[in-house]
Design a protein around this ligand. Sequence first.
Ligand SMILES: [Zn+2]
Length: 198
Amino acid sequence: MTDVRQLRAGDALVVVDVQRDFLPGGSLAVPRGAEVVPVLNRYIGDFVRAGLPVFATRDWHPADHRSFRTRGGPWPPHCVQGSDGARYAPGLALPDSAEIVSKDVEPDQDTYSGFQGGDLDARLSAAGVRRVFVGGLATDYCVLHTVTDALARGYEVVLLRDAVRPVEVVPGDGARAEAEMLRRGARPIEHHMLAPSR
Ligand SMILES: [Zn+2]
């Protein structure tokens, strides 16, 4: 992989599931989840200034989604299609040009990934994307699965280490997920490492 600090043609930013239900106060809150918003806004600004595309995935579940406890799944109901909790985080500065990728929209579709549960792969390909910069929520579920799916499909992946937070059902899951992503070939970056955009 070439220099991860320098944005170039073929790069895209992928913002994973920064939705109200995943923030403190939401139905499936990620501790400190809101901390990713100002950091992601800085990355968004860089990509927009560089003329590079921004993609935002979202959980977009029907009310009878199989991951919900009401159906015997592991999670409280969250990100139900059209609900307030499914909206993006307050203050998240997605540009009008951002491509929204809804995922796991069918009752029995439960993939944690915009590649398997949505059409992220086709949308990235159509935009000529070869390298994705990935941040969002939560490190140990949807970020992990989106990153590993991207790597499996041949994308270069840069993990925005300062713009992800774990839910940690089991303490240590966040660190384990990060290690797994890096072991599979993702490269880490923090915002201060990026070359200044013009
Ligand atoms: Zn979900």
